[in-house]
Design a binder for this molecule. Structure first.
Ligand SMILES: Cc1cc2nc3c(=O)[nH]c(=O)nc-3n(C[C@H](O)[C@H](O)[C@H](O)COP(=O)(O)O)c2cc1C
Length: 207
């Protein structure tokens, strides 16, 4: 099949997310200017530069045209934390996406434990095995069909990294133990369960 997104796909559900998959999940904690904590997962998330390290997450416009608290809070304070989302925490990750009013703290809703960060105000999820403390560097606006509304990409510099030492093996992150979770299409999720190691090719390539 071929379709132009503006014409519709004619399928029961949008196939696009199922093609760009798996997507890692940035589990974003923020605080508002007035001090309200917030926690929400974003599968439109990735690392976008290594030196210096930068990450992005993309809050989309809500059905009612509103903006997500994570975006509002980063705009207000310029700081966020990416908590690494792992399979063992998948139910909490999912629950933290509840569209709660901005004064509701998803740490309370999920029963997760907030612990202070080293360099930024938003707390970390203690149960998460790794965290990236971030300072926002840029917010990019993308078009949205609603008049005057925009989807956004939040880009931030990673200024601090926490790793629970039990997930390091011989100096490397033990991916099979960490079991990072990821989003597929529809309502589907997956986890890292198998790792293949292969160095980059040299030139000319050798078998
Ligand atoms: C696994 C998962 C991934 C999600 N990814 C995104 C995303 O990339 N962008 C987005 O706008 N919403 C995403 N959502 C929905 C938000 O988490 C949800 O709208 C949440 O209520 C936003 O919270 P906030 O208003 O507290 O920021 C995702 C939900 C789940 C369960």
């Amino acid at each position: 099949m071929f379709y132009r997104p503006e014409d519709g796909h004619g399928l029961p559900h949008d196939p696009l997310n199922a093609l760009v998959a798996p997507r890692p999940i940035g589990w974003v904690s923020t605080v508002s200017e007035s001090g309200h904590r917030n926690l929400a997962p974003f599968a439109l998330f990735n690392i976008v530069a290594y030196r210096p390290p930068h990450v992005m997450f993309a809050p989309t416009v809500m059905e009612d045209g509103g903006y997500k608290d994570s975006l509002t809070n980063v705009k207000e304070t310029g700081e966020f934390v990416i908590n690494i989302a792992v399979w063992a925490l998948r139910d909490k990750v999912w629950l933290s996406s509840t569209p709660a009013p901005s004064e509701i703290d998803e740490f309370d809703v999920t029963g997760l434990t907030p612990v202070p960060s080293e360099l930024v105000k938003p707390p970390r999820v203690a149960e998460s095995p790794a965290h990236l403390e971030c300072r926002m560097t840029e917010i990019v606006q993308l078009p949205h069909p609603m008049e005057g509304r925009f989807n956004h990409i939040v880009i931030g510099a990673v200024v601090g990294v926490h790793i629970d030492d039990q997930f390091l093996k011989d100096g490397l992150v033990d991916q099979e133990k960490l079991q990072t979770m990821a989003r597929l299409g529809y309502r589907d999720y997956t986890r890292v369960s198998e790792v293949h190691t292969k160095p980059f090719p040299s030139w000319p390539p050798q078998e």
